[in-house]
Ligand binder design. Structure first.
Ligand SMILES: [Zn+2]
Length: 315
């Protein structure tokens, strides 16, 4: 199997940001000294998703500073990012385990050790202090960018204020473990803390870096840390109308041999209920209803992993 698209973008040198100013390596905070939210932009939850590192590198180079509140820029899975190898770019998603499946109390406070858990435990207080979090990701296949908004209505409201991306996906995450965007208060419908996860496009497409940069800009404008006039100008820039897909279920791999029936890339709409879209150890996997949308089919088809999510357009 090919690794996918050509690698059009370079992984930036982020060593200048190692020291930071927070006591946590690769975490830098800028405090305006004025009232306002604590806003965190997070890159490299997955070490091979370099569009987020590019977006943060640009913010640093442009010397973006909050006019209100506090802005923190965080590079998360540094160990995996350091292992990025253009000859084998998929290998550096993580070192020991997926950083984005660790975000529940039992896992974080439990006895297990891994490179990712060590970093997660160091970063936890930062994420807990965030009122608004943007987590920058990219995908295996080159499909339209998606905002993964979880289940809480507050997140859809924020995604609509940001105005990116065209597609919002309402979903509950993965059987394999809780995502950062669903950690603690972020998933509590009553709490004000809100997290957005954006999938900016294919991992190494130039366009993904542009989507990451544009989404971050609009997120900062919507979050209330920029000067009001500047924020209004940014949010007035035209964006296409947004559509919402509601995920009804995740297909979790049950066997040691899962195969898709076709080379799905994501966002295919399968017209008829009962269409076989794959086989899991011989058991057919079928679409449960008409006009079923396939979301982010995976090439990582190990037992317990999410093979694909199924959803429907909700408006
Ligand atoms: Zn990711």
């Amino acid at each position: 199997m090919s690794v996918g698209a050509r690698i059009e973008i370079d992984a930036p040198d982020i060593s200048p940001y190692r020291a930071g100013n927070t006591g946590i390596p690769y975490v830098t905070s800028f405090d305006s000294g004025r009232p306002g939210p604590h806003v965190v932009v997070n890159a490299l939850t997955h070490g091979n998703e370099i569009c987020g590192a590019i977006a943060l590198d640009r913010l640093f180079r442009e010397a973006v500073r909050p006019a209100r509140g506090k802005l923190t820029l965080c590079f998360a899975n540094i160990a995996a990012y350091r292992a990025f190898d253009r000859a084998n770019p998929n290998a550096s998603r993580y070192i020991d385990e997926d950083f984005n499946r660790l975000w529940d109390e039992a896992t974080l406070s439990g006895p297990r050790q891994s490179a990712e858990l060590a970093r997660a435990r160091v970063l936890r207080p930062l994420y807990e202090s965030a009122e608004l979090l943007l987590d920058l990701h990219s995908m295996q296949y080159a499909t339209a960018p998606l905002m993964l908004i979880g289940l809480a209505p507050k997140t859809e409201a924020l995604a609509r204020r940001v105005g990116m991306t065209e597609l919002m996906v309402r979903d509950s995450g993965h059987a394999a473990g809780s995502r950062l965007r669903d950690f603690g208060a972020f998933a509590d419908p009553q709490a004000p803390q809100t997290a957005l996860l954006v999938e900016c496009g294919q991992h190494w497409e130039r366009r993904s870096a542009e989507v990451a940069t544009a989404t971050t800009r609009r997120f900062l404008a919507a979050a209330g840390v920029l000067d009001e006039d500047e924020a209004a100008r940014i949010l007035a820039e035209p964006v296409p109308p947004q559509r919402l897909i509601t995920v009804t279920e995740a297909v979790t791999v049950q066997s040691d041999e899962f195969r898709f029936a076709a080379e799905y890339r994501g966002l295919e709409v399968i017209a008829k209920a009962g269409t076989v879209i794959g086989r899991d150890g011989g058991r057919p996997v079928v679409t449960p209803y008409d006009d079923c949308v396939l979301i982010m089919p995976s090439r990582r088809l190990g037992r317990g992993q999410t093979a694909v999510r199924l959803g429907r357009f909700a408006g």
